[in-house]
Structures are given as structure tokens and as C-alpha cells.
Design a protein around this ligand. Structure first.
Ligand SMILES: O=C(O)CCC(=O)C(=O)O
Length: 255
């Protein structure tokens, strides 16, 4: 259970790192399932999801790689159990300030050793704008993510700026000169920690230059009474209730 101080911190800074939400043993189990999944998928497709803009904006990102899988709960039930677990959804509900938590989408990222791709600084809002801006991400760390692994970086308090003008070129991103990745505050994390942040919080991450992969699951969630302003970024499983009820009644499917 998060304390009131932690919730206040989230509201003030736009992000909160929750330590040890999973045990290291459980995190290792999810890590193994995630790596096995990527191996299965890699047999069928090119898994690289590096943003075009990352190659331009971050020195050394010319030949980096980012392995990814969207909607992991459709591939392995352990991820369904994780995103519906009490520990995770209760914490999400506390930071969002609502008893009702609805899934938008999930994506697992593996930043491979020595060449794991960076993310230019951005808000998530331009990808899927909503009326009430309740959307948050919870990044679940399956292994340690120190600075050298390209941990997530944030600009504290930036959620209060509202939606900012982004360039859509090579992935929505903020002007590189004004928002270099290195200028943001690093959020080093350990296996089992979860980093929550608002979809208005400016964030990004650097290259993994360590000798070990960085493995995370990002879960994007909203209040079910917060509606999208445009029909975009629809995904399988969108609208599933992770905690509480959908007061809108019978949902029509992804909206
Ligand atoms: O995992 C990371 O380093 C950042 C991910 C991110 O910014 C995103 O998917 O929007």
C-alpha cells in the first residue's frame, strides 16, 4: 500500500518510483518469460523498434537495437496475472486517484547489452490524447536498470506544463537541443521496482552501454471515464478492467 506521502510526491513531481513492488525472485521469473517470448517471436519477424529520431538525436545511437513486444498478455498468462495483480493495480489506483483502472496497452522492451537503443525526450500524450489526462504508465523492472543500462529519465513537474508541441518525425519527440536526454533526472531502478508517471511527464532514456540487457514491461492505464479525443493507438485488450468497475456500463470494445 502506498503512503499518502508517496501519492503527494506523484502529484507534485509527475512520477514515483515504488521500490520492491515485486520480489527479485518474481521479477526474475517474469524476465525469463519475457526473454523466452522474444526468442519465440524473433524466429518470425524483425524485432527492432528503435525510433528513427533516436538515431538522429543521441550520439552513439547509429547501430543500437530495441527488442519489443506489444500486448504481452496475449502470449503468456504470467503477464495477465502480473498486470491484474493486487500489488500492481492497487499502487496504480492510488497514484491515479481512482478506484477504477482500465488497461490501454502493454509493451515489453529489452534493451540489449552494449547497444540498447535510447528514447528521445517526449510526453506520451501525443500518441493517445485523452479528455481528462488521467493516463499513467507503470514501468515494471524485470532486472536492475542503473544509469549505464539506459534507465528511464524524467523532467520532474513537467506534467504541470500540459500537452507540449512535439515533432512527429521518427516517433513523437520534443526538440532535441532543448531537451537532451542527459539533462533529465535519471531514475535508476532495481529488479522488482515500478516507476509510475503521468502521460504528460516528459521522459526518455539513454543507451544501454552495460554488459547486461535491460528488461521492462510498460503498462499504460487510464480511468475508464477518461475518453480519447481521437481514435488512435487501438490495441488488443484495450478497455480491459484491471481493477474496480467501468461505470460507463457495457463497453463497446476499444474506444
Ligand atoms: O523504456 C524506456 O526507456 C522508455 C519508454 C518510453 O519512453 C515509451 O515507450 O514511451
Amino acid at each position: 500500500m502506498l503512503s499518502d506521502t508517496q501519492v503527494e510526491q506523484f502529484n507534485r513531481d509527475g512520477f514515483l518510483l515504488v521500490k520492491g513492488l515485486l520480489s527479485r525472485e518474481d521479477a526474475a521469473r517474469y524476465r525469463a518469460a519475457g526473454h523466452a517470448l522474444i526468442e519465440r517471436l524473433a524466429a518470425h519477424s524483425d524485432m527492432d523498434a528503435t525510433w528513427g529520431s533516436a538515431r538522429e538525436s543521441v550520439e552513439g545511437a547509429g547501430k543500437t537495437k530495441l527488442l519489443h513486444c506489444h500486448d504481452v498478455q496475449f502470449y503468456d498468462a504470467v503477464f495477465t496475472q502480473l498486470i491484474c495483480s493486487d500489488a500492481f493495480t492497487l499502487a496504480a489506483s492510488r497514484v491515479m486517484g481512482t478506484p477504477n483502472v482500465q488497461l490501454h496497452h502493454t509493451k515489453m522492451f529489452i534493451k540489449p547489452p552494449e547497444k540498447g537503443s535510447p528514447f528521445p525526450m517526449h510526453q506520451d500524450q501525443p500518441y493517445f490524447p485523452h479528455d481528462r489526462n488521467t493516463m499513467i504508465a507503470g514501468i515494471i523492472h524485470f532486472d536492475d536498470a542503473p544509469i549505464e543500462k539506459g534507465c528511464v529519465r524524467v523532467v520532474p513537474g513537467s506534467h504541470k506544463l500540459g500537452p507540449l508541441q512535439h515533432s512527429a518525425e521518427g516517433g513523437w519527440h520534443l526538440p532535441f537541443a532543448e531537451y537532451p536526454v542527459e539533462s533529465a533526472v535519471p531514475c535508476p531502478a532495481e529488479a522488482g521496482d515500478v516507476l509510475f508517471f503521468s502521460y504528460l511527464t516528459i521522459h526518455g532514456s539513454g543507451i544501454n552501454v552495460s554488459n547486461e540487457a535491460r528488461t521492462t514491461l510498460l503498462v499504460q492505464m487510464r480511468d475508464p471515464e477518461d475518453n480519447p479525443t481521437i481514435k488512435t493507438h487501438i490495441s488488443r485488450g484495450q478497455g480491459m478492467m484491471l481493477r474496480g468497475i467501468n461505470p460507463a456500463g457495457i463497453p463497446e470494445g476499444p474506444k
